[in-house]
Design a protein around this ligand. Sequence first.
Ligand code: FES
Length: 576
Amino acid sequence: MGQPKSSPDQLRSHRWFGVIDMRSFSHRARTLQMGFRREEFVGRPVIGIINTWSDLNPCHAHMRDRAEDVKRGVWQAGGYPVELPALSLGEVMVKPTTMLYRNLLAIEVEELIRSHPLDAVVLMGGCDKTGPALMMGAISAGLPCLFVPAGALLRGNFQGRFIGSGVDTWRYWDEFRAGRISQDEWHGVEQGMARSVGHCNTMGTATTMMGLIETLGFMLPGASSILAADSNHQRMCSAAGIRAVEMAWADLSPQDVLSPASFQNALVAFAAMAGSTNAVVHLLAMAGRAGIPLSLEDFDRVGREVPVIANLRPNGAYLMEDFFYAGGILAMLDLLRDRLDLSARTISGTTLAEHLAGAARWNADVIRDLDRPVVDQPGLAVLRGNLAPNGAVIKPAAATPELMRHTGRALVFQHMREMLEAVKREDLECYPDDVLVLQSAGPVGAPGMPEWGMLPIPTKLLKAGVKDMVRVSDARMSGTSYGTCVLHVAPESAVGGPLGLVRTGDRITLDVDARLIQLEVSDAELAARRAAWTPPPAPYARGYGAMFAQHIGQADEGCDFDYLKGTAPVPEPEIL
Ligand code: FES
């Protein structure tokens, strides 16, 4: 833990507001300009509220109001709240993919914190990439911080049935493509899908990351499970404001909270939730910022040991509203006590054991006992083989058991555009046993590693009743997706990975029990193809995209920029 502060002159913000010199004259004069009295900001901890609200992020539509609740808590506790807007990254609106901008938001957060007169920070996010980006930047900045999650939206409703974000969109889209529901019904799904503010209500990336950030120790107890539309959410926000002020005085930094134990706990929670495969990339990146060793094999190891007990779609039956009412993350972690390191620290200044003190489970079907898991398969398996020398992942809990051991003919597409056109064609040569392969969908190739990994099943096979096929790509997949999809193949095709050498007609073997993804082509033939291979043209000649391609890491490393990783110190700004 840092050095607790006992007087205002020890606060970081004192250098801006508390001293008598020409610069601090401006800092005070310009704050007075905004209508604040001197005693409202001088001598008080300054709490930055980094808010990822925007008009194009429906998951965060309530967060301007919630920032006011946080401010209420900060004022009550004797702090001075300042709201700082940051890149919003609304998952469904940002193209080509929010993942292209996760690191940009992380840079923004780190530099917002470093360059401003802040003593502690409240991070406000939820929609997929905002959680990891806020955390990555805050970890690197090193000031006391805690996370206020956006909260999940209410259950969707269609024809009297619950429907969940993403999961039921994919399902009904396939029904629509196969002609089994009408356009009016399709519009009915559209109308009933998102009925309130808040992030996706399935075990997608947002839900997963919020659960993991709480398990890592960065939220108030139970915060990640509170629904956005519930008044508990507002009360949690004001309590977070109060806690942020206390953290500023205590100088409780992210480095005081994070440890190998906290990441181990996150892996346990991830396995029990059968969380989104995207979280693998994000946790690796966050561990990289904290300087804590974490590898793909750690995910596989813990996944084999911890059963899936959160019965949430796409792996199970329920939605976040049910999970919240069933006791939420606290109830789930409470059942996993034997697998957790309860001595891990949290932003409350307590251990994880104390964080779980109020846990209670109210529904044993939504949050299952360990000996009655939701599925027999782990939430994640890490594959290797000559097709993915540096690893790939699959989500067995959301895959088809019969396809977990499968050899089939590769049907290869060099780009998603080509694939989307081809799968509509009735004359496309394709068979139910084929292995669909997509290239150029990785961090460099797409670029940004979009969520294309649930490759579309050719329409003519869908109409014939085919519901799943083995699919292989260097893309990611939405956490709300499902199917036998091999993802995150590393190295990716665009940087010379073997995935780029696959041709239609090759044979590919998937064996999840053996953790194998293998291209059944001889080494000599692969060497000849490699010698003839040329990299695809770079999509960006200038701008952020060009910088992204030069510095982005591969999926097995967390896709951080090379110059952002690690714990090398960055100087505090000089106030001259
Ligand atoms: Fe924001 Fe799913 S679209 S969390």
